[in-house]
Write a protein that binds this ligand. Structure first.
Ligand code: GCU
Length: 479
């Protein structure tokens, strides 16, 4: 474990003090368990996102990338919003055809051959590989409080997941999360886990959106999602992704990615932040498996926008998650990479976003293009099969066209054959419904609400649909 001491300040803030600082505080009196000499370890490399991005381009022998599109419609490089030009590469890779050209006709072939083939491609070229093994996480309950949420008495635990940094003590990583479960529960309850925005990031996003002339959503009236979940007798959890992996390229030599690389920059197929954020959710689920207040077989995952992308990646890669609510995930999430509408792959490959992806993804915005990608996002959704996935978006008139609702819907339709192969139901239509018309008959669900960049208006519909899976006595993910 990281050699840290915890100091409780009057304000209740828990502060991690590194061994070096603790030794200094203790007047240099050594500790019984001294670490390997930290002085001999190379310190983390510090690069700006631009420098790290250039380094990755050099590694891949890429001399130039196509520029990302601009969300501002008046820009000379404005994102396409014309549906007639949105499908330059209409032919998608077939999730049910093996690399050798043979058709997948049984669940067994899907599980044993096709799904691993698809996963490998996402690992190599899209989201990157997670190192094996990753360091152990030791969960600490730092406080427990009783609170009333929408009239329901809840017990809220603050959790800190201390990541074992004995392989590289110069980097400390702690996963921040909270877990709230009904105080009067008579047994373990289903839990919805949310990727929560760090308040500092929210402020930055707000400034970015306002600079683009977009409106930052005010908290809508009505019950919060936590109140809605509590009213069902379920629990909820919030994990802060940026507590263990920064949302920028400069942070790639720190956080869990940097710790695993001992402070060195990424290789082209190393994981990006989306997989790192998903890794954290899996660690929290590991903790839930040890907490008697949680029914760990019924844990759902939810997130919006960049965390909508992380939600889908989590659901695709960790088959223990029972259900997902994927909010306005757009490019790098549910939206087809082959679409040319709103945000594009070139945006994802640029300095502001490339850290979400594997370095190899840059190739598809330079020497190669979207049609060269060996996979597309319908296959990421298919990796979640047969477990239920709800894709949520707002109204293009209010939320804007950047997230490409149609491109997300099309991917979900194209994931349907895999659900059907496994005895489940997809959306069961390829016609996009009008706004506020939910498709919730199948195990894939879709709804556009008529509001802005939030998934809150879709929570009531999601919960109604999710009850089918989360309240069943023998519901189990993956069957
Ligand atoms: C930007 C980015 C999107 C992302 C969004 C968000 O708009 O281009 O890909 O989803 O930020 O996370 O709010």
């Amino acid at each position: 474990m990281g050699r840290k001491r915890r100091t409780q300040w009057q304000g209740g803030l828990t502060v991690a003090v590194t061994l070096a600082a603790a030794a200094w505080l203790a007047g240099g009196a050594g500790f019984a368990h001294q670490s390997p000499d930290e002085g001999t370890l190379p310190p983390p490399v510090h690069l700006t996102a631009e420098q790290d991005h250039q380094r990755m381009m050099d590694l891949l022998h890429i001399t130039s990338l196509r520029p990302g599109r601009d969300a501002n419609p008046n820009s000379s490089n404005a994102a396409n919003t014309d549906e007639a030009k949105a499908n330059p590469y209409p032919k998608l890779p077939d999730p049910l055809v093996l690399n050798d050209g043979k058709r997948v006709t049984t669940g067994e072939t899907w599980w044993q051959q096709r799904r691993p083939e698809i996963e490998k491609k996402f690992d190599e070229d899209v989201y990157g590989r997670v190192p094996k093994p990753t360091p152990k996480v030791n969960w600490e309950v730092t406080s427990t409080a009783r609170e009333t949420v929408g009239g329901v008495a809840m017990i809220t635990k603050k959790l800190l997941g201390h990541v074992d940094n004995s392989s590289y003590p110069l980097t400390t990583v702690d996963i921040q999360a909270t877990l709230s479960t009904p105080a009067d529960a008579t047994g373990p309850v289903p839990v919805m886990m949310d990727f929560g925005f760090d308040p500092a990031v929210m402020q930055r996003l707000r400034a970015q959106m306002e600079a683009r002339g977009q409106k930052f959503p005010a908290p809508p009236p009505g019950p919060t999602w936590q109140e809605q979940v509590a009213a069902k007798g379920w629990g909820y959890a919030v994990i802060i992704p940026t507590s263990y992996q920064a949302d920028n390229g400069a942070g790639l030599t720190e956080g869990i990615i940097g710790l695993c690389n001992k402070g060195q920059p990424r290789k082209p197929d190393d994981w990006g932040s989306l997989r790192a954020w998903a890794w954290g959710a899996s660690q929290l689920l590991d903790y839930f498996e040890t907490d008697p207040s949680v029914d760990a077989r019924r844990v759902g995952i939810e997130g919006l926008s960049r965390y909508g992308k992380a939600t889908l990646v989590t659901m695709a890669y960790d088959q223990r998650f029972a259900i997902a609510l994927v909010g306005s995930s757009g490019a790098g999430g549910a939206k087809l990479f082959r679409r040319n509408f709103g945000e594009t792959n070139e945006n994802l490959a640029a300095t502001g976003e490339y850290h979400w992806m594997a370095g190899n993804f840059l190739k598809y915005a330079g020497p190669l293009n979207a049609s060269d990608l060996p996979v597309d996002s319908h296959e990421l959704i298919a990796m979640a099969a047969p477990r239920p996935v709800f894709i949520s978006c707002g109204s293009p008139l209010v939320e804007g066209t950047w997230v490409d609702d149609k491109g997300q819907f099309m991917a979900e339709v194209a994931a349907g054959p895999v659900y059907r192969l496994l005895g489940k139901r997809g959306l069961e239509t390829s016609e996009m419904p009008p706004i506020e018309t939910a498709l919730i008959k199948g195990d894939l669900a879709f709804r556009q609400h008529n509001g802005p960049h939030t998934d809150l208006p879709n929570w009531p519909t999601f919960l109604e649909w999710a009850s089918r899976y989360m309240s069943e006595p023998h519901a189990h993910p993956g069957n």
